[in-house]
Design a protein around this ligand. Structure first.
Ligand code: PEP
Ligand code: MG
Length: 312
């Protein structure tokens, strides 16, 4: 049944019994956006804007940023949407014109939204460019901030985005944000869980360290607990909660996330069909059972085994 689904699945995302789950793509620039637009996705769940700027010595002008963002928005027309993440510079993504040099511990330093607040003109110019690009292309843009740790940060970011008439969200990548998801949702319109960093910060294990792969595993029950808390907050608030980290690209784990109440899954374009096809064979109740099994497992290996036994 799963092989047949993989051969024929053309979206939109849904469970076997028809519960809708948006399947979205992660993109980096105009070229990857054009490719992703040809896949059966309902839009983009993560546009990593910093990847456009990694090799730039100076900040691009608002006009140039508008053009770059427009190239990502345009392929999705007026019936699909693009979640644009503001600059996530610092640590594993150094950007010459923004990153603080000489930090002892850059993963715990001035990075992500902290860096944008440290340099408010930078954030304002980026938001102006996103607003201009959505007006020019007619493609809806939702805007979200990376590395949010406090409710005050979410409030301040949401106010700036709402001033420009756009939907505002924050990423849940730090355990504090997951624990306070219900408070964050009072200010923002949506949440997006970045499981790569959420795992790193929950397990205190560098996401780049290959010898710590057993810890930087999104099947870690502690990470899943934080995802479940976040998804439940979204359910209570009736607002969307997506996952845009690597976890969403694992077809088995994707079913677990849906069972927790996650409403969208965003992934590299190559994972879209395997994930969408697998989800289309599993009824929602079985996703919920899989979520319970993964959450109550003692470790990632036991979790995977239990879920595989349930879902086949
Ligand atoms: C994440 O941390 O899971 C995420 C999606 O952001 P990035 O991988 O770009 O840090
Ligand atoms: Mg991240």
């Amino acid at each position: 049944e799963q092989r047949a689904a993989l051969a024929t699945w053309e979206g939109p995302g849904r469970t076997a019994d028809g519960v809708p789950v948006k399947i979205l793509a992660n993109v980096a620039d105009g070229e990857s956006a054009r490719k992703a637009a040809g896949a059966p996705v309902q839009g983009v769940g993560l546009f990593r804007t910093e990847l456009c700027f990694l090799n730039r010595k100076e900040e691009p002008s608002v006009e140039e940023q508008t053009s770059i963002y427009g190239q990502v928005l345009q392929p999705f027309g007026d019936d699909r949407y693009v979640v644009v993440r503001t600059l996530d510079a610092g640590s594993d993504k150094p950007v010459a014109f923004a990153t603080h040099d000489g930090e002892e511990n850059p993963a715990l330093g001035v990075r992500g939204l902290r860096l944008s607040f440290d340099n408010p003109g930078l954030l304002d110019r980026q938001l102006d460019a996103i607003a201009a690009a959505t007006a020019e292309t007619g493609t809806e843009a939702w805007v979200m901030a990376p590395m949010v740790a406090t409710v005050a940060e979410a409030d301040e970011f949401a106010a700036k985005v709402h001033d420009r008439g756009l939907k505002a969200g924050v990423m849940v990548e730090v355990p504090s944000a997951a624990l306070l998801a219900h408070r964050m949702l009072q200010a923002v319109d949506f949440l997006s869980i970045g499981t790569n960093d959420l795992t790193q910060y929950t397990m205190a294990a560098d996401r780049m360290a290959t010898d710590l792969a057993h810890l930087t595993d999104p099947w870690q029950p502690a990470v899943l607990q934080l995802i479940a808390i976040t998804a439940e907050a979204g359910r209570q608030a009736r607002k969307p909660v997506g996952v845009c980290g690597e976890a969403a690209a694992d077809p088995l784990l994707a079913c677990v996330l849906v069972g927790m109440g996650v409403t969208s899954l965003s992934m590299a374009a190559a994972a879209v069909r395997p994930v969408g096809a697998r989800l289309s064979t599993v009824p929602f109740g079985l996703c919920e059972e899989a979520a319970e099994a993964a959450l109550s497992a003692s470790d990632p290996v036991a979790g995977r085994d239990a879920v595989r036994a349930l879902l086949g």
